[in-house]
Design a protein around this ligand. Structure first.
Ligand code: C5P
Length: 194
């Protein structure tokens, strides 16, 4: 079975949680594509060379979840040659036998426009910043400022900007519990499963 679930949306909207739960529930492989950009940003040096030479050890670093890594990721993600270097791996993953869930910013628009299910998971900036703050702590106002700055960079870059695919289903998690959001997403996926 070839079956792709594309889960796009801004930072801390719940994409990762929803994607992992969908992968578990339906026995699909899961790829957090943000990790690729975080690993490229964390490698330092020339980002294009870093993207071209990315290997599994780069993805296993334990410092990829920090705000600094997120910030570096969104900077390198605006470079077209960095994105181009990561396309093939993501496309192959999306169309692997057995089905896959990929979460990111451009899965339904660029990486896999033929995805069988496209979800655009979103929530208000304040709620997303609060969720991120619960994870990382620190100064709440600064976390909100960083979420907004990243949204702006991700939505306004010229190459593969963050936006819903025309045929994406929008899931606003602002007022939903994790379980409710996962159940809703699972219902949408099960309707399309062969
Ligand atoms: O999803 P995550 O917060 O880990 O992504 C980090 C950054 O990587 C995003 O802010 C975005 O700039 C970039 N990214 C991207 N395309 C993807 C996934 C992530 O540009 N498919």
């Amino acid at each position: 079975m070839i079956f792709t679930v594309a889960v796009d949306g801004p930072a801390a909207a719940g994409k990762g949680t929803i994607s992992r739960a969908l992968a578990d529930r339906f026995g699909l492989a899961h790829l957090d594509t943000g990790l690729l950009y975080r690993a490229v940003g964390a490698k330092g040096g020339d980002p294009v060379a870093a993207a071209r030479s990315l290997d599994p050890r780069d993805l296993a670093r334990d410092d990829l979840r920090t705000l600094a890594a997120a910030e570096a990721a969104s900077r390198v993600a605006a470079i077209p040659d960095v994105r181009a270097a990561l396309v093939r791996f993501q496309r192959d993953f999306a169309r692997r036998e057995g089905g896959a869930v990929l979460d990111g910013r451009d899965i339904g628009t660029v990486i896999c426009p033929e995805a069988e299910v496209k979800l655009f998971v979103t929530a208000s900036p304040e709620i997303r910043a609060h969720r991120r703050w619960l994870e990382v702590g620190g100064d709440a106002a600064q976390v909100l400022a960083e979420v907004r700055a990243r949204d702006l960079r991700d939505t306004t870059r010229t190459d593969a900007p963050l936006k819903p695919a025309e045929d994406a289903l929008t899931l606003d998690t602002s007022a939903l519990s994790i379980d409710a959001a996962v159940d809703l997403a699972a219902t949408l996926v099960s309707r399309r499963l062969p």
